[in-house]
Write a protein that binds this ligand. Structure first.
Ligand SMILES: Cc1cc2nc3c(=O)[nH]c(=O)nc-3n(C[C@H](O)[C@H](O)[C@H](O)COP(=O)(O)O)c2cc1C
Length: 217
């Protein structure tokens, strides 16, 4: 697949088929992802791949933790967001509401429980960063994540980044035996997209380039 096409057409998938994804496929995708650049070629990323019964166990544990703690998907701001940013997030997801109403659910339940369940994907990939690294290395994790999403798309698979997992780090580390010194940064739901499910029918738009760029010449 042409790279420009992959960049244009990739989108987050929030309903997956139950068809399994093989270990070979995951290895191929991760093999592409780790070609990402990193500062001083430190390659600070680490992946824990969860499949099968263990993935189902992780989902159950996360949904239980969500029901107890009620920590929802949020941008995790450290200061109130300006109107420009808060409007942008809200407007993006309004697209989803009619479709969720048709499914008899609301946005919060769908996104939070769905994220905890990796939206039914057969594979969850948890990306960790050793806490010896500075926060600057989160940039490298972001780049490897981007490569992973595009590589999966190129292999005909769908993905959804799951930032919510960060709020349930203790549960994830406990269940997956992730050592204390590793920070859970993000996870990715990976599987075959269920394109018949209306939740996968729309694409969240972007602002025009002008709203992001300031030219100095
Ligand atoms: C760092 C990061 C964390 C995210 N966390 C979640 C999440 O926990 N649950 C979810 O449903 N989507 C999550 N997403 C997906 C975003 O909502 C999605 O990328 C954004 O709305 C743009 O849509 P698109 O990916 O379809 O282009 C996350 C994306 C990123 C990059």
């Amino acid at each position: 697949m042409d790279l420009s096409q992959a960049i244009r057409e990739r989108k987050s998938i929030r309903a997956f088929k139950s068809d399994p994804v093989s270990r070979d496929q995951v290895e191929e995708i991760l093999g592409m992802a780790i070609l990402a650049p990193s500062a001083i070629n430190l390659q600070p990323w680490e992946f824990t791949v969860v499949m099968g019964d263990e993935k189902a166990r992780l989902s159950r544990r996360l949904i239980k933790a969500y029901k107890e703690k009620q920590i929802s998907c949020s941008p995790g701001n450290v200061k109130p967001l300006s109107e420009k940013f808060s409007k942008r997030g809200a407007e993006s997801f309004e697209l989803m509401n009619p479709c969720l109403a048709g499914m008899g659910t609301d946005f919060g339940t769908f996104i939070n429980e769905g994220s905890c369940n990796f939206y039914g994907a057969p594979v969850g990939i948890v990306i960790t960063l050793d806490n010896a690294f500075s926060r600057a290395r989160l940039v490298d994790i972001g780049i490897v994540l981007g490569y992973l999403l595009l590589a999966a798309f190129d292999h005909g698979l769908g993905t959804c980044p799951i930032g919510l997992i960060n709020a349930y780090e203790d549960e994830v580390k406990d269940l997956l035996n992730i050592p204390d010194q590793k920070d859970v940064v993000i996870a990715v739901a990976l599987g075959y997209p269920d394109m018949e499910n209306p939740v996968n029918s729309f694409k969240i738009p972007r602002e025009s380039l002008d709203s992001f760029v300031r030219w100095i010449d």
